[in-house]
Design a binder for this molecule. Sequence first.
Ligand code: M6R
Length: 609
Amino acid sequence: MCGIIGYTGNANAVPKITKGLSVLEYRGYDSVGIAARTEDGVRTVKCRGRIGMLEEKLEKDPIVGSQCAIGHTRWATHGGPSDINAHPHRAGRVVLVHNGIIENYKELKSALQKDGVSFLSETDTEVAAAVINACYAQTGDPKTAIRMATAKMKGSYAFGILFDEFPGEVWSARCGSPLILAKAKDGYYLASDMTALLPFTKEYCCLEEGQIAHLMPSGAELFDVDGAEIVPVWSVTTMTPESAQKGGYAHFMLKEIYEQPEAIEKSVSPRIINGLPDFSADGIDASFWKQVKNIQIVACGSATHAGLAGGHVLESVAGIPTASYIASEYRYHPPIAVDGTLVIVISQSGETADTLAALRYAKSKGLPTLAIVNAVETTIAREADYRIYTYAGPEIAVATTKGYCTQVTVLYMIAAAIAHSCGRIAEADAKEMVRSILEDAPEAIREMLTQTERLREIAAKIVKKDHIFYIGRGMDYAMSQEGALKLKEISYIHCEAYAAGELKHGTISLIEEGTPVIAISTEEALYDKTESNVREVHSRGAHVILLCRDDAKNPQLSADEVVLLPTKSDAGLLFASLTVVQVLAYEVAALRGCDIDRPRNLAKSVTVE
Ligand code: M6R
């Protein structure tokens, strides 16, 4: 939620900020702005809308000669999207951009108002700027002002700050929201996310909670939570600028769907020794898995769905009772933990506030925590006791595809590891699980991607509908939930997933002539039962699209459209059905002319609770 960037050095700052903002746009895209230090002081240009609108404004009235600037792309929380609410915000001698929420902004605001301070916007950010400005007026020292001011704030923040009396310097502070410091030959940078800095540098350092950074053209200082100077520890990212670009695809989402086979291979290969699952490179050995008696998976959105799918495998193969919880509920109604409970948090971004809060809650209760995360070195990855990276590469589209795909992949490998280390399956079966996820899953995805034309035809038949239903049983119900979320998230068509057997308990009354019902049926043992449910809706007028095993008998008898899935293994079927639900969502959204990579009201990284 919201992306911030800053630069100071010996190069032209404005194109760097706008370039970085265009990459950060996935974090929020309802307004955008820049504040650049010029010979005449700090100049701010901001507007409601996207980076293109800011660029148009800057073309008409350029900022020249600036080598120090901060920028922001917004996902509105306090105050709707507008020119006035857009960041940066100025208060007195301070100009600031902010990612996060100042929860006690109302108290802070009324205290400042009593002192005669007035405000232009409805934002909590302008209040933060005013608090820092008031402290700066007392001390004249940026670092002390930031420390004094942040001590008064409750909530989360990553700030980029310019002080009028300190030209060429960017100050920054972090609590709860991500912030990366980076160095290059031409100066120093800060950003919410490393992908925004890939065009400029690969050397970075993650700010820890409570740290303050001071960027100058010739160096950067870092201060710990007590204000003592510490030496930044620089790392080099393996990401490339190309990995954060569309590479010829119409949308990031499509590119990321096509990247899934490789993403699976990358997530699985480092975790195989002698054909068996092995997480020792992640610091987890067989004895760790042997202690696990119960698993609570905690995540948000699609990551929760990955937990549901993974939970099926963990229960059916490894025999471990597993439940998947919505992170924003977990703290308020915590499930009962038993001896041997492991909490697995799943997050593509590694920064989702609800998931992070649930992780912290689990840790506070003394439960061991394992994070499955894609973005390396992120807060969730760093705070969990153990971490397993999914190696999907940067995921830019708001709708997750390869992120989800690799989360399920890792859970599948964990299930194989637990089942094998606890002697619940034979070595040959564990090897077969690994082989099937490494070979059949990518192959099944590639095979389904040869059928995009057919899926586009199906999409054309449902594109004008107002309501669509997904149904399935067992693992297929978990996949239905992911399919329904994907479809409604990017096409804005109302879509719900139901356990196939549950329809007749109420929902079937919604079926009328032509209502699309997408039925998934991959489990042989459940095929006949799901087929009965398909017949029930078909005979009541539903337009049934059946995704089923390619060895199913006469599937066309009960469905209007049939998509056959290659039946090599459970893993192959799982990822074949995933590909179909993703491509269907994509094609429907494309036919409706939706903004696929940036659906309305959403942001990629949800860093507010
Ligand atoms: O970064 P995370 O995996 O923690 O994000 C969790 C959800 O916000 C995310 O999966 C969301 O549901 C997706 N936009 C769905 O496509």
